[in-house]
Design a protein around this ligand. Structure first.
Ligand code: TXA
Ligand code: MG
Length: 316
């Protein structure tokens, strides 16, 4: 089994010698390798069973490191970084030649962010290279928000798990592309409202499962193994009574077995609890998971996006 520990120097040594390490961030745990080392990056795709067409996010310590991967940074992108970086914000920018094509799946752009987590910041600070890191889960499954989640699915196939406690945001970063006009490719831990308050109205990419700009946009991503249905829970409870249903509720569990994402109705708290709750229900003896949408504002939108994809048809 892969060792779990909080030794940043050890994580750094492994990464310098071409290994792969699970690293905590404020959003979800990432599976990291030296972004400039193709051989190391290949190991990420293997461990996750990730298709080569799905590019990785590159994590940088600071603006100097950003300049080594991004060839050009539009003013609006700078503005967003000034307001929200380090944080749950990923920018898609023209890449430098130093970034291997493998990292960007051959795209001329690179997705890049600076995580806001003390262990991730310390690690990036001691490394002489940025870290390519997708979420540390098998492709298509729910992202991990604890070291134990990583160990449960990737333990044995990676070199070390750096334990940084439970992720405080709980869902992946918001991805904003600057390939054309600014466009949100994936809703995440930074709300659309917060972004628009800084750079004005931005388009949100429509869901797409064909040739997606961000495969995080694929339907049937973030999936549980058990079927998940979304709707009016009391009605669903009646309809699925024979399938041992479990509820994934926003402020209530409707008096049945299940999870409550936020008793007080706080979408940020719901986001923080979402993936751990989905995992618990997936591992319970329920036959089906019944979920409901949050109000479509703030992080509620990103939570609904994850639910929608988890509930989608499982054909990828
Ligand atoms: O919060 C996060 O973003 C976490 C932590 C570890 O940083 N990472 C994460 O990575 O969620 P991943 O690989 O699970 O999702 C990255 C998404 C994918 O949907 C990928 O398609 C998109 O980012 N992406 C990466 N590079 C891209 C690029 N050059 N152009 C468009 N989309 C890109
Ligand atoms: Mg992922």
């Amino acid at each position: 089994m892969t060792e779990i520990g909080s030794d940043v120097q050890r994580a750094a040594r492994i990464l310098k010698s071409g290994g792969i390490v699970a690293v905590p961030t404020e959003t979800v745990y990432g599976l990291a390798a030296n972004a400039f080392d193709e051989k190391a990056v290949t190991k990420i795709f293997k461990a996750k069973n990730r298709p080569a067409f799905d590019p990785l996010i590159v994590h940088v310590a600071d603006d100097a490191s950003l300049a080594s991967v991004a060839a050009e940074i539009p003013e609006a992108a700078h503005k967003l970084r000034r307001h929200f970086g380090p944080g749950p914000l990923t920018l898609v920018l023209p890449k430098t030649a130093q970034v291997p094509d493998l990292v960007t799946s051959g795209l001329p752009h690179v997705a890049v962010r600076t995580p806001n987590h003390p262990a991730a910041a310390e690690l990036l600070g001691v490394l002489p290279f940025p870290l390519a890191a997708p979420s540390a889960n098998p492709f298509g499954y729910v992202s991990p928000v604890t070291a134990a989640h990583v160990a449960a699915q990737l333990g044995g196939s990676i070199d070390y798990i750096l334990d940084g406690g439970r992720c405080t945001v709980g869902i992946e970063s918001t991805i904003v592309a600057f390939t054309d006009r600014p466009k949100i490719l994936r809703l995440g831990g930074l709300s659309q409202e917060a972004i628009e308050a800084v750079i004005g109205p931005v388009e949100v990419a429509a869901e797409s499962s064909a040739n997606p700009a961000a495969p995080g946009m694929l339907t049937a991503h973030y999936a549980t193994k058990k079927p998940l249905v979304i709707g009016h829970i009391p009605t669903l409870l009646k309809a699925h009574a024979e399938r041992s249903p479990a509820v994934l509720g926003f402020t209530s569990n409707y008096g049945t077995a299940g999870e409550i994402l936020s008793k007080s109705g706080d979408p940020d708290e719901a986001a923080r609890n979402l993936f751990a709750a989905m995992r618990r229900l997936d591992e319970s003896n329920a036959g089906i998971i019944l979920a409901e949408f949050l109000p479509e504002s703030g992080l509620g939108r990103a939570v609904n996006d994850r639910l929608r994809r988890a509930g989608a048809d499982r054909k990828l």
